[in-house]
Design a protein. Structure first.
Lengths: 362, 362
DNA sequence: TTGTATGCGTTATCAC
DNA sequence: GTGATAACGCATACAA
């Protein structure tokens, strides 16, 4: 079952010798070149197997000028959303027999620059920057020709482009549509004093906040109130709740699920009922949003699929010399208990509580 | 700011030519060889900079027989625990200027074999298998000499080794101690009918179950009851709760936090009070365990640190020709509301609810 | 159908 | 201090 212990690594030359052919023939046989006769092919394969030959991809890359590797830059694998993007990316890359190099840049410009440099050094065939803060133009410049996909770019320049618009090489979720659906939903429930709770100071945050304000305007529903907490405030639920308490709205749309779940906890700590006193909406629909108490209403974004799509685009781009296309992916509002009517739900028979209602489809 | 658009990639030869020296000299100058004169060194660096030279690591690896890359096999990046291991691993690798290749093997033997093969092909300087199901001996065989670290190995052979024992190249958390602390804690609270709720059929699950049974025996506390749900049951909370309902214990130690949080949700769906009727304990202490309602008592395992440790071991192993050492890392029981006294906690002033109590330190 | 020869970009060994 | 030159392992253009 297990290969022979490779003290010194077996090279193609050894295989060729063993099979009694030239290196060229061995190479062709192993790569399935149609011109090689069946018997030689078999002989070579056999030799490779018994010797435990494993090709040296560094050597192959050097010749072939392609590595069958993709690079993925993201902010932090500890964040479930980023991890899910990475999961989708790796999954799809693996299907096409590509390997993935991941660099966590910590959401910092210099980290992203270093990551790009590392990818160039390693000659990755394609690169994806997820939630990057680097200016798109700079990234493309630094890469000079290597296929690049920007996934939910978080650079300031992204705030101003009009919603729903596709951009070459950019994959995004339709955040604006999601926020709009949330606002509509809350208005339908009779909530009047709606607020946006931002977290961090990146483009995505500002974009969602702006979308909420727009939606309010579109509904002639008065102005949106705005609160803001730090990037990592969600690990300190009190801090999140305290940002609102004292000027409590009757509905809050949060930057993401992490913030929303922390808010839920913080409000409970202050004896404030959700959804009775305040309705809460999250963003992303991470798995734990369905397990909170009350279960969290949230805008579900296809994070895993976005990762998959990014990888697929890159794989395709390396084949055809074309640029990866852009995409704006639909999101949907998943309504759960945190925005239910004024009464808290009773114990639920069967799986009723799990049911979700689609209000908006990007 | 941005490098010149590299149509064809700049090679060392170009830099050398530009600086008016030989390739050898250029190479030495860039790597900081002390024998190169200051003026030439400067000239070379300058040339490299203006030309936008980026070294080709494939070529370098081919010569140097080391890649400055580490391989990480894990089951699934969508799982927060695995993602956190990966985060720690990448973080620490990056500090030592190593790049990380991640392959998700889906918890399947063949996937892990393929991953190892891919790593060998790419010549990674070290490899970590996290929660792998591959037999340790087989893994070492296939790798022939490449430093290997097994992180929380999940192969059957791991169940029988005695708890707390260190094994070369194996990094584990002291699961048994954690479970023991949980059992003691529950007994102290007066819970008598304690159960273990397993999930999946891997070694780690069996190991934790066995540790719980042992702890009960050690306390002369009667026999532990055992329940079991599928690997992915946590996404179907009803199913998790239904596994217990009908023979409800008054305390449950769950395989992990995901399962515990699902159980919390499922029990709530059935109107069963936690901790009033049942106390619930999780395992891992993922961030969301602190945000549930009730907040989850859980065994905190140093997942990120384990990833860091793994990477560090590998980096060190590549330097010194030695094998990576083994480690059993301490865990601690974090007591929260899900095992509080019989009364449900009132709204909490300030951060009282966040306080944790350390009961056991591996 | 197979073999020969060359080069991918670096670094190390040996000269000078 | 610096420069030729060879070699890492592989894949291909060209010959046969």
């Amino acid at each position: 079952m297990s290969d022979p212990p490779l003290g010194e690594r077996v090279t193609l030359a050894r295989v060729a010798a063993q099979a009694g052919v030239s290196r060229a023939t061995a190479s062709r046989a192993l790569r399935g070149d149609s011109r090689i006769s069946a018997p030689t092919s078999v002989a070579v394969r056999e030799a490779a197997l018994t010797l435990g030959y494993v090709p040296n991809l560094a050597a192959r890359s050097l010749r072939a000028k392609e590595t069958h590797a993709l690079g993925l830059v993201l902010a932090d694998l500890r964040d479930p959303v980023h991890a899910m993007v990475a999961a989708g990316f790796e999954l799809e890359a693996a299907k096409a027999d590509y390997t993935v190099i991941i660099v966590a840049a910590g959401g910092e410009l210099d980290g992203e620059r270093r990551a790009l440099r590392a990818f160039i050094e390693r000659g990755t065939d394609g690169i994806c920057i997820a939630s990057g803060v680097i200016e798109p133009h700079e990234a493309r410049d630094r890469l000079g020709g290597v296929p690049l996909v920007l996934l939910q770019p978080d650079h300031a320049s992204q705030v101003t482009r009009s919603a729903g618009e596709e951009e070459v090489g950019v994959i995004r979720a339709d955040d604006a549509a999601g926020v709009r659906a949330a606002v509509w939903h809350l208005r339908e429930l009779g909530r009047r004093d709606i607020a946006y709770l931002g977290s961090g100071d990146r483009a995505t945050n500002r974009l969602r906040g702006a979308a909420a304000a727009d939606a309010m305007r579109g509904l002639n529903a008065g102005t949106l109130r705005s609160f803001q907490v730090a990037d990592d405030a969600w690990t300190r639920p009190r801090e999140v709740a305290d940002a609102l308490i004292g000027a409590l709205p009757d509905a809050v749309i949060c930057y993401d699920d992490k913030t929303a779940l922390a808010l839920l906890d913080g409000l409970r700590g202050s004896g404030i009922d959700v959804p009775g006193r305040v309705a809460v909406v999250g963003f992303d629909d991470i798995p734990f949003a369905a397990l909170s108490n009350p279960r969290l209403t949230t805008v579900s974004t296809p994070v895993v699929e976005m990762g998959e799509l990014a990888a697929r685009s890159l794989v395709e781009a390396t084949g055809s010399r074309a640029l990866p296309p852009g995409r704006v992916l639909p999101v949907e509002l998943v309504v759960r208990e945190s925005t239910a009517g004024y009464a808290r739900p009773r114990p639920l028979p069967a799986d009723r509580g799990r049911r979700t209602e689609v209000l908006a489809r990007g």
